[in-house]
Design a protein around this ligand. Structure first.
Ligand code: C5P
Length: 228
């Protein structure tokens, strides 16, 4: 691909994993390091894009050349992505967003009670941010979702990805083959990219940076297709 093929394009990338607070010292979180999303932001900037990186609790340094918006919870991520998505050409939802959050957040550290052997936490559903963007009119914005599944059967994994792309209204859906000895916090990844007609438009494995470029190639092809 042309080294500056994203020149003048506005690209929004969410990366990392949300944390949902229980009290001032505890949260419900997930193991997403943010490496793949950060690599996409860095690669897009290198290809000339104007990048907004919405980083949720990133475990890696943010790349230079991007506008970085730090967030922590799903609701904060929703607000940041909604305000950035309006004039974006591409929105890549690589962040792992918590499906639920604690119904109540305690102002003070929750204490165990003597003799207490069980406790339950009530959770409420978080908004599905990607599905919200996909359901709203988004002409001129390529929406890219991710699916991290533990399914090990490749064809079933692709089926899950196809169903997820349709359910979310995404233009492209990147299936993360986390079960295939890759995944969270690793420096390498293996993905398949599902396009609008349910076909696999790209497959890539290797460093997260090389996978990032392959995903951007698929996005560039989709932009060119949309411009026809
Ligand atoms: O539904 P699931 O979590 O498997 O879908 C993953 C995709 O949906 C990712 O692109 C993720 O960023 C996005 N997502 C979201 N809002 C949620 C949950 C997931 O945007 N509440």
């Amino acid at each position: 691909a042309d080294a500056r093929d994203f020149a003048g394009r506005r690209v929004v990338v969410t990366a990392g994993g949300t944390r949902e607070p229980l009290d001032p010292v505890r949260f419900l979180g997930n193991r997403s390091s943010g490496k793949q999303g950060v690599a996409i932001a860095e690669a897009a900037a290198a290809r000339g894009a104007e990048v907004t990186l919405i980083g949720a609790n990133l475990e890696v340094a943010s790349p230079g050349g991007c506008r970085v918006v730090p967030v922590s919870t799903a609701l904060e991520l929703q607000q940041a992505v909604t305000s950035a998505a309006g004039d974006a050409d591409v929105v890549v939802m690589a962040a792992a967003v918590a499906d639920f959050r604690p119904a109540d957040v305690s102002d003070v550290k929750i204490k165990k009670v003597d003799g207490q052997e069980h406790m339950s936490i009530e959770l409420v559903r978080n908004p599905d941010i990607l599905a919200g963007l996909g359901a709203a009119p988004h002409d001129g914005t390529v929406l890219v979702g991710f699916a991290a599944e533990t399914e090990s059967d490749p064809s079933r994994l692709l089926e899950l990805g196809r169903a997820k792309r349709r359910a979310k209204g995404a233009d492209l859906l990147v299936v993360n083959r986390v079960g295939w000895n890759h995944g969270f916090a690793a420096d390498e990844n293996a993905v398949s990219v599902i396009g609008a007609d349910d076909t696999v438009t790209a497959e890539a494995s290797g460093t997260k940076m090389s996978v990032a470029h392959a995903i951007l190639d698929a996005i560039a092809a989709r932009i060119a297709y949309g411009a026809e």
